[in-house]
Design a protein around this ligand. Structure first.
Ligand SMILES: Cc1cc2nc3c(=O)[nH]c(=O)nc-3n(C[C@H](O)[C@H](O)[C@H](O)COP(=O)(O)O)c2cc1C
Length: 400
C-alpha cells in the first residue's frame, strides 16, 4: 500500500525565522502519516519556538547542539545515516548561505553536510531578502546540489511587506515530501481526470444533478501527482479544494465538461473518468423562474454528449479508465460499458452498499479489464484505492 512515510525517518531542520511555528504543523502532518521525525534546531530557532514543543510532538529528543553534556556519540553522523529525507522548514537566508558554502558551525549545518538522503529546502523570509541576488545565487547552488527548493508563497508577510517569501503551506511541503518518497512511476506522463457531478439547468434557480462528491476523482488526481504525473483535473461543481499542483478546470454542465475534456485530451497519456456526467439535460432552459401554478410539471429531457464514448473513439494508445456506478447487474453493465466505450479498465461500484459510492470516504469496487480479467478489491479509503488503481494503470501504459 502507498504509505510513503511508513517506517521512514525524516530529519526536520528548523532555523530562526518567524515561520518556525509553522514547522510544528508540518511535524504534526508527518507524525500523523507515521513518520519518525527527528527535529534539529538552530540556536536562533529556539528563540521562536521552544524545543519542548517539537520534542513532545515528535516523541523524540530534539537536537540543538553538536556538543551535548553526557553524550559522547557523533550524533550528527548517526542521524544522517538513518535519515530517509531531510527537510529544512523554514530555511532562513542565513542557513541557505551556509549550506551553499559548506559551512558546518552548528548542529543543523553539520548534519546537512553528512546527510546523503534527498533534501528539501523551504525558504521563508522578507521579500527583499528573498529577492537579494546573494540568496537567489545560493538557492541556485543548492539546486545544483540536487536539493529540491520548495518555492515560498507570495502574499502579505509578517514583516509588513507584500511579495514572495512566505513559507509554503505545511500541507504543500508535506505533499512534496510524500512525492520525494514515492516511486515516480508516472513521471513525464499526463493524466487527465474528470470528477464530480454536472448540473443541467431547468430555469435560473433550478437544475438537475446527482450526488457525486468528486472525492474519488480528487483522490486520483492527488495520487497521480504524488507519483510524478502532470495532472489535468476537469471537475463539475464540488465542495473540495484544488489538489496541490493540479491544473484544475471547473465546469458546470455536461456540455462544458465535454468541451473541456476534448480540448485537454490530446495532451493526455491516461484518461480517468470518475465524473458522474448527466445523461440527459432539459430540452429547454426557461429564461425566467418557473412559477408554482400548475399541479403537475413536465420537463422534457434530451441526451447529452456521451463524452466517454467520444474519447473511446479517439483513444489511440491512451489508457482509458471509466467508472460505473450501478444499482443492479453490476458485472453485466460494467462489461457492456467496457466494450461499448473502448475502455482498458472499468471500475464498478454498487451504489447503496454501506461505505461505498458517491459521498463516502471509502469505496469497494470490482475492476474489469479489457483482457477479460476481473478483480475485486476490498473496502478501502478512496486515497488508498486511488493508488491501487494507478498500480494497475501503470502496466497498461505503452513504453515511454
Ligand atoms: C523577529 C525576527 C524574525 C525573523 N524572521 C526571519 C525570517 O523569516 N527569515 C530569515 O531568513 N531570517 C529571519 N530573521 C533573521 C534571522 O533570525 C537571523 O538571520 C539569524 O541569524 C538566523 O539564524 P539561523 O539561520 O542560524 O537560525 C528574523 C529575525 C527576527 C528577530
Amino acid at each position: 500500500m502507498h504509505e510513503p512515510f511508513h517506517n521512514k525517518t525524516i530529519a526536520l531542520g528548523v532555523s530562526g525565522g518567524i515561520a518556525a511555528y509553522k514547522s510544528v504543523e508540518l511535524l504534526r502532518l508527518l507524525t500523523k502519516a507515521e513518520a519518525r521525525v527527528r527535529v534539529i534546531m538552530t540556536a536562533n530557532a529556539k528563540w521562536f519556538v521552544g524545543p519542548g514543543t517539537f520534542q513532545a510532538l515528535s516523541g523524540l529528543p530534539v537536537c540543538t547542539s553538536v556538543f551535548e553534556e553526557g553524550d559522547a556519540s557523533i550524533r550528527h553522523i548517526d542521524w544522517a545515516r538513518e535519515t530517509d529525507l531531510a527537510v529544512i522548514a523554514p530555511a532562513t537566508a542565513n542557513i541557505i548561505g551556509k549550506l551553499a558554502n559548506g559551512i558546518a558551525d552548528d548542529a543543523l549545518t553539520t548534519f546537512m553536510l553528512a546527510v546523503t538522503a534527498p533534501v528539501m529546502i523551504c525558504p521563508a523570509m522578507n521579500t527583499h531578502m528573498y529577492e537579494h541576488p546573494a540568496v537567489q545565487h545560493n538557492l541556485d547552488i543548492l539546486q545544483g546540489f540536487g536539493h529540491r527548493i520548495v518555492e515560498p508563497d507570495a502574499g502579505s508577510l509578517a514583516c509588513g511587506t507584500v511579495g514572495p517569501g512566505r513559507l509554503a503551506a505545511p500541507a504543500d511541503i508535506f505533499e512534496q515530501a510524500a512525492g520525494v518518497l514515492t516511486p515516480q512511476d508516472l513521471k513525464a506522463r499526463t493524466v487527465l481526470v474528470t470528477a464530480g457531478p454536472t448540473r443541467e439547468t431547468i430555469d435560473p434557480v433550478r437544475f438537475v444533478s446527482n450526488a457525486s462528491s468528486g472525492k474519488m476523482g480528487f483522490a486520483l488526481a492527488q495520487a497521480a501527482i504524488r507519483r510524478g504525473a502532470r495532472v489535468i483535473l476537469v471537475t463539475g461543481p464540488v465542495a473540495l479544494p484544488d489538489p496541490l499542483q493540479a491544473e484544475v478546470h471547473r465546469v458546470t454542465s455536461a456540455a462544458e465538461m465535454a468541451d473541456c475534456v476534448l480540448a485537454q485530451m490530446p495532451a493526455a497519456d491516461v484518461i480517468i473518468k470518475t465524473a458522474a456526467v448527466a445523461d440527459y439535460r432539459p430540452v429547454q432552459t426557461a429564461e425566467q423562474k418557473i412559477k408554482k401554478t400548475a399541479d403537475r410539471l413536465s420537463v422534457a429531457f434530451e441526451r447529452t454528449t456521451d463524452i466517454l464514448k467520444t474519447i473511446g473513439e479517439q483513444k489511440a494508445n491512451r489508457v482509458l479508465v471509466g467508472f460505473a456506478a450501478e444499482t443492479q447487474h453490476l458485472q453485466d453493465n460494467a462489461r457492456q460499458k467496457l466494450a461499448a466505450k473502448n475502455l482498458d479498465l472499468i471500475v464498478a461500484n454498487r451504489i447503496g452498499e454501506s461505505g461505498s459510492g458517491f459521498a463516502a470516504d471509502t469505496n469497494r469496487v470490482t475492476l474489469f479489464f479489457r483482457d477479460g480479467r476481473e478483480e475485486g478489491l476490498p473496502l478501502m479509503a478512496k486515497d488508498a484505492l486511488a493508488h491501487a488503481l494507478l498500480d494497475r494503470v501503470v502496466p497498461l501504459l505503452p513504453a515511454a
